[in-house]
Design a protein. Structure first.
Length: 565
């Protein structure tokens, strides 16, 4: 192709946009994501050919010998007009918007020099301000900031197979909302937050729990204990201009202590507990041959999806609490038992890559005597906001270690942050019990990789058992697998499901990233796993101590859950 007078070779690029970007030109888009279907709504990515015809580059395949220009006077005028029209009907409270500084509409307006809006809002637009939907425990919808790009609709229906939101009405009245404009909390929304991850404006944002954390920290009658999920360490640095995928856990600990947290622990510790409990549950089901496959239960969005769409499968979902909830229930029980003279209230704050964890923490089944085991859930970006607000220069911090006794963890718990990590951790325990296979060979079993669906077999050295395993990320892929199981097209002993494509490293609470960024985060987690001295969950001496102590007669009470219908 000829792009702006220069020859550019192309091979398997599916559209002109990919070829243009390959040539080092950043064409603007508001509705295009390579991991979603092509919608072509915003028309910002238009190009002009040698005949003066205009094409949407996202939906036009490249052709040999094609000549196009990307920045002609016609295109410049067209883009500026589109932006002005969008801004004319858009809520302009930019300074108080949570997406301020991270809004694609704002970025493009600045890029194309939009310093005034020539089209005023009509009287109808002023009268028809939409109500903000704050019903969900995880996300907030503000239709007044929606630009009808359709990114959230396609993510919810295509990738997640939930369909909680869609386009409604027509023409001037067009809007994106749940059916009959119901509150989001009354729909089949699973709180995965992937709609907010792809939203280019502030139309769908993550619930902000930062004020609640500050209030707890400043309350002298409360002990504020934090847990940090494995995936957070390989994403938080991006918010402060650090290398993508860099492991910044020691800096996170230092920053959280400066902020005022009393103790800082790693959720990987609780993930070690999950490995042991889930492996025991799996081996028990395997011996009895009942209710197989066993589905993992670490992802609350997946649990909610099963409740909504496949309640008949709930008996096959592991009864293990997620690592977040195991940590919360264990921490509160531990402090009550070991420090009875300390009358401060223990407040457990989770720092998670996931928005569904906010909804999980509020579930009735995960409360003890009416009090939530996890009190507040921050996302990765929420913690970044707290660090920024505190004036801490993150990159200049001196690294610090976790607190004890729950600061020790194995590599098995650490890799929970990536799709296939739970499976590999369980396999390590199964292999340890049933075989003598080297742990270094397990990484080639088929659990690793960012593919949406991974299926493989694992022969045990008893010569009789071949485990059939599937690893799925993205609820749309999970639905396809469920249909294969129901039709008896496939059988599995163990199935891991994560709602977010790629696993927790791509959670909606993380700085947004497509496949290349996910790969770097996964690589960093596996590198950290390899560098840990402990590779199996039950090698963690603190775990053994707990099973001999507080968990001796209470492991099921503190570590398992049975969801109500």
């Amino acid at each position: 192709m000829m792009i702006n007078g220069e020859r550019v070779p192309f091979t398997n690029e599916k559209n002109i946009l990919d070829v243009v970007r390959k040539a080092g030109i950043d064409l603007p888009t508001l509705c295009y994501y390579s991991e979603l279907s092509v919608y072509g709504a915003c028309r910002m990515c238009i190009v002009e050919d040698h005949r003066g015809s205009i094409h949407a580059s996202c939906s036009t395949p490249p052709k040999n010998g094609m000549e196009i220009w990307t920045n002609t006077p016609t295109l410049q005028k067209h883009r500026r007009t589109l932006l002005r029209l969008l801004l004319a009907s858009h809520c302009r409270e930019c300074t108080t918007c949570s997406k301020n500084g991270n809004c694609k509409l704002q970025d493009l307006s600045k890029r194309f020099g939009i310093d005034e809006v020539r089209f005023d809002k009509s009287e109808k637009a002023f009268k028809d301000e939409y109500k903000i939907d704050d019903s969900s425990p995880s996300i907030t919808r503000n239709p007044n900031k929606c630009i009808h790009c359709g990114d959230c609709v396609r993510m919810c229906s295509e990738t997640q197979n939930v369909g909680a939101i869609d386009f409604a009405l027509r023409g001037y009245n067009l809007m994106v909302c749940p059916a009959f404009d119901m509150p989001l909390a009354e729909t089949e929304c699973v709180n995965c937050g992937q709609c907010s991850a792809v939203c280019p404006t502030g139309a769908i944002i993550i619930k902000n729990d930062v004020p609640a954390v500050w209030k707890a920290i400043h309350d002298k009658k409360k002990r504020v204990v934090a847990q940090v999920a494995p995936a957070v360490r390989v994403a938080l640095g991006e918010a402060f201009g650090m290398k993508e995928g860099e492991n910044v856990m020691p800096l996170i600990v230092a920053a959280m202590r400066k902020i005022g947290f009393d103790e800082v622990y790693d959720t990987s510790f609780a993930a070690d507990l999950t490995v042991i409990e889930e492996t025991n549950e799996f081996l028990h089901k395997l011996e009895n041959g009942n209710d197989l496959p066993l589905f993992t239960s670490c992802c609350p969005a997946w649990v909610k999806y099963v409740e909504n769409k496949h309640p008949e499968l709930m008996s096959q979902v592991s009864t293990c609490k997620s690592p977040q909830q195991m940590f919360g229930s264990l921490m509160k029980a531990y402090w009550k038992e070991s420090n009875p003279e300390d009358d401060r209230e223990t407040v457990v704050v989770s720092v998670m890559p996931c928005t569904a964890k906010k909804a999980e923490a509020g579930r009735e089944e995960l409360k003890t005597d009416g009090i939530s085991d996890v009190d507040i859930v921050l996302t990765t970006e929420g913690l970044a906001d707290m660090i920024y607000e505190s004036g801490i220069v993150f990159k200049d911090l001196e690294p610090e270690a976790m607190d004890m006794p729950f600061g020790m963890y194995s590599g098995a718990g650490l890799i929970f942050g990536v799709s296939g990590g739970v499976t590999e951790a369980v396999i390590r325990k199964v292999i340890q019990d049933k075989s003598h296979t080297s742990i270094n060979n397990i990484k080639f079993c088929g659990a690793r990789g960012l593919e949406g669906t991974k299926e493989f077999e694992l022969p045990l050295e008893d010569g009789e058992t071949v485990l059939k395993i599937a690893v799925v990320s993205g609820l749309g892929n999970a639905e396809k697998l469920i249909q294969k199981i129901k039709s008896k097209e496939a059988f599995y002993h163990f199935v891991e499901v994560m709602a977010c494509p790629g696993g927790c490293i791509a959670g909606a609470g993380q700085p947004f990233g497509l496949t290349d960024k996910k790969k770097l985060r996964a690589k960093a987690l596996y590198a950290s796993d390899k560098q840990t001295q402990l590779r199996h969950a039950d090698e963690n001496p603190m775990i053994s101590s707990l099973y001999e102590g507080i968990l001796k007669d209470r492991s099921h009470e503190l570590l398992h859950v049975h969801y109500h219908k």
